[in-house]
Design a protein around this ligand. Structure first.
Ligand code: MN3
Length: 194
């Protein structure tokens, strides 16, 4: 079953002025679509390589599937993590979990922003639930798939590749990260906590 590009849950311009419509259109229609196609291609080639018994090729296409698959699935979460009615602070069990792990929402925000600013090159900053310990954590990734732990569920993810912000914010990634905080759909984040 081929993977498909999911539609954005809102218009391209819906997150303005925080995230501009042109960036959203290019990011969703071109960049995300590229990962969907890359994943479908990698899975098809991987099946052929496994059939042929060429394990050099198996290794290659597994790596391609990791890159494009992580890219596809993270973008799916990213779009849903944002909303034109977003921003503010979480409530309920999610707020409790954040307070218990980070001390306060403002501590969490400061650490999330700092982690996102510190990603070297292209990557993501993620609030995750560690399924082994039940606690929350902040992780970063390089590219899409590197530097993770393998027992986590992503709750909130922010793309800090330059394609996510350069048209509007140029080199000012910190401003983009601040703007992202204004569109976070905390109901969606809470839903992922389960
Ligand atoms: Mn991206």
């Amino acid at each position: 079953m081929a993977h498909e590009l999911p539609p954005l849950p809102y218009d391209y311009e819906a997150l303005e002025p925080h995230i501009d419509g042109q960036t959203m259109k290019l990011h969703h229609d071109i960049h995300h679509l590229g990962y969907v196609k890359g994943l479908n291609n990698a899975e098809a080639k991987l099946a052929e390589a496994r059939e042929s018994g060429d394990f050099g090729l198996v290794k290659h296409w597994e790596r391609e599937a990791a890159f494009h698959g992580a890219g596809h699935f993270l973008h799916c979460i990213f779009w849903e993590n944002m909303s034109p009615n977003g921003g503010g602070e979480p409530s309920g069990a999610l707020a409790d979990a954040i307070n218990s792990r980070f001390g306060s929402f403002s501590n969490f925000s400061a650490q999330f922003l700092a982690a996102g600013g510190a990603v070297e090159g292209s990557g993501w900053v993620l609030l995750v639930k560690n399924n082994a310990t039940g606690t929350l954590d902040i992780l970063t990734s390089e590219k899409h798939q590197n530097l993770t732990q393998w027992v986590v569920t992503p709750l909130l993810v922010c793309d800090v590749w330059e394609h996510a912000y350069y048209l509007k914010y140029q080199n000012r990634r910190a401003e983009y990260l601040q703007a992202f905080m204004n569109v976070i759909n905390w109901d969606d984040v809470a839903k992922r906590l389960g």
